[in-house]
Design a binder for this molecule. Sequence first.
Ligand SMILES: Nc1ncnc2c1ncn2[C@@H]1O[C@H](COP(=O)(O)OP(=O)(O)OP(=O)(O)O)[C@@H](O)[C@H]1O
Ligand SMILES: [Mg+2]
Length: 251
Amino acid sequence: MKIAVSGKGGVGKTTLSALLITVLASMGRRVLAIDADSSPHLARVLGFPNPDEITPIAEMRELLNERSERDGPFYRLNPRVDDLPERFIRIQGNIKLMTVGAIRQGGGGCACSDNVVLKALLNTLMLSPDEDIVLDMEAGVEHLGRGTVASVDHLLVVAQPYLGSIETVSKIIALAKDLKMKAIHVVVNAVSAPEDVVFVEKSLNMPVLAAFPASSLVRQAERTGAEVALADETMLQKARELLEKLGAFSA
Ligand SMILES: Nc1ncnc2c1ncn2[C@@H]1O[C@H](COP(=O)(O)OP(=O)(O)OP(=O)(O)O)[C@@H](O)[C@H]1O
Ligand SMILES: [Mg+2]
């Protein structure tokens, strides 16, 4: 299944993505982890060595051009995850990781090309029954605005129990609905009291699929450079329950 993780800056998208990826991989599933942040952190959080050496998929454009027919702004191709060239991918156990690449702004053009590649990949990558994609999205609403993630099976929108985060979640949900995305789920992170979840549900007028606690173990791991996704068994258990609700293990 293809899962995208979205939300306002700093709400925990990368942390939750890493937890989901770690749990899926530990259940024997093969995971393609895609970091779509312009300053990628997922590799570090997952404990991949030398994360800076990963070639961003923006540079895959040429390869896609070679391999596929261009059809207007879209690529027609059917790559399997296994076919993607090694230099774009770091492999660690069951996890393959790729990054979308730095978003060029100002005089350097726009992020559109990177997103065209990402959109093409998400639309066309064929997954085996034991493969999943987890996409750690750029903060905010831009990817949604461009329809990059319209083809994923589940969109997780991460909220924290404060108004600024709720506003972004509302915008993301509205855009996702415009894209006719059906499986849109709200996840609350850094919960320190049951009222936090009630606040989010009331503010958005929709149920929360999963709530992750504020974790001192995660904070500590982040500070010491330890593997954040393995730091707190409670967080891993919450990620497991979330994935079960999505039916990730029933394939
Ligand atoms: N449940 C939690 N408990 C404690 N700390 C957390 C929790 N979730 C995330 N953090 C910490 O909060 C910070 C931001 O988290 P993270 O990088 O996952 O957010 P993000 O949404 O990916 O941010 P960005 O928008 O910059 O990509 C990190 O230092 C992370 O370790
Ligand atoms: Mg992040």
